[in-house]
Design a protein around this ligand. Structure first.
Ligand code: SF4
Length: 202
C-alpha cells in the first residue's frame, strides 16, 4: 500500500477531504479494499492524520470556485476527528459559502463515548449516514463494526439527534443489497424522518 498525504481530492463537482484512515468498521464493500485511491485520486492512505495547519495549507492551494460542495469523506471515518473537522469547517466558512457535507458511518457517539451531534451545529449542512441494512444483524454482517450489535441502534440514534442540529440528514444504502432490504431501509428513513438515497456500489 502506497502512503501519501492526499488531504483533498476531487469527486465530480465536489472537493473531498481525507481527514484520517481510522475507522471502527470493516465494511464488506469498503472502497479501500479496491485500491489505494478513489475516483482517480492519488493514494488516500495517509502517512499520518493531517494536522489542522496541513489541511488549511492544502485548501490554500485550491480554487474553491471550481466546486459545488465540500465533502468530508476519504479513506476513514471523518468523525473520528470531530474536533478537527469542526475547526476545518470554521476555516471553510471563513473563506467560502460552499455547502459542507459529512459522509459518516454514524458511529461517532460510540467512538467518542458521548453525543457529538451538537458539535455539528452551524458547521455542517448535510450529514450522510451509511445505513447499509435495515436491522442490527444484517448491519453487523455488512459493516463489521468493532462495537458489535449495539452499533445499529447507536447509528439510528445519531441520525435522529443530528436532525436537531444539521439542516439535512440522509440515510444511504448501496444498490447491491436485496430489493426488500432497500425498501425496509427506506421505511426506517421515513420513521426516523430523514432523507433516503440509494448509492451506487463501486
Ligand atoms: S465505514 Fe466507510 S471507511 Fe469505514 S470500513 Fe465502512 S466503508 Fe470503509
Amino acid at each position: 500500500m502506497e502512503k501519501k498525504m492526499t488531504i483533498l481530492y476531487e469527486v465530480g463537482e465536489g472537493l473531498y477531504v481525507n481527514l484520517t484512515n481510522k475507522c471502527p468498521c470493516a465494511c464488506t464493500f469498503c472502497i479501500r479494499e479496491e485500491g489505494d485511491g478513489a475516483y482517480g485520486s492519488d493514494s488516500l492512505w495517509l502517512q499520518h492524520d493531517p494536522s489542522y495547519e496541513e489541511i488549511v495549507a492544502a485548501f490554500k492551494k485550491v480554487d474553491l470556485g471550481k466546486y459545488k460542495e465540500i465533502v468530508f469523506c476519504g479513506y476513514g471515518e471523518p468523525l473520528t476527528r470531530v474536533d478537527t473537522l469542526v475547526q476545518v469547517c470554521d476555516y471553510i466558512r471563513s473563506i467560502s459559502d460552499l455547502p459542507i457535507r459529512v459522509n459518516t458511518n454514524g458511529l461517532g457517539d460510540l467512538i467518542h463515548g458521548k453525543g457529538i451531534e451538537p458539535l455539528l451545529q452551524g458547521k455542517v449542512d448535510v450529514v450522510s449516514i451509511s445505513l447499509n441494512a435495515p436491522n442490527a444483524e444484517d448491519y453487523v454482517k455488512v459493516t463489521r463494526p468493532k462495537f458489535g450489535l449495539p452499533s445499529f441502534d447507536a447509528m439510528i440514534h445519531f441520525a435522529s439527534e443530528c436532525k436537531k442540529y444539521v439542516p439535512k440528514v440522509v440515510f444511504t444504502v448501496v444498490d447491491c443489497i436485496p430489493q426488500e432490504q432497500i425498501e425496509a431501509s427506506r421505511k426506517i428513513a421515513e420513521e426516523v424522518g430523514v432523507s433516503f438515497r440509494i448509492r451506487e456500489f463501486i
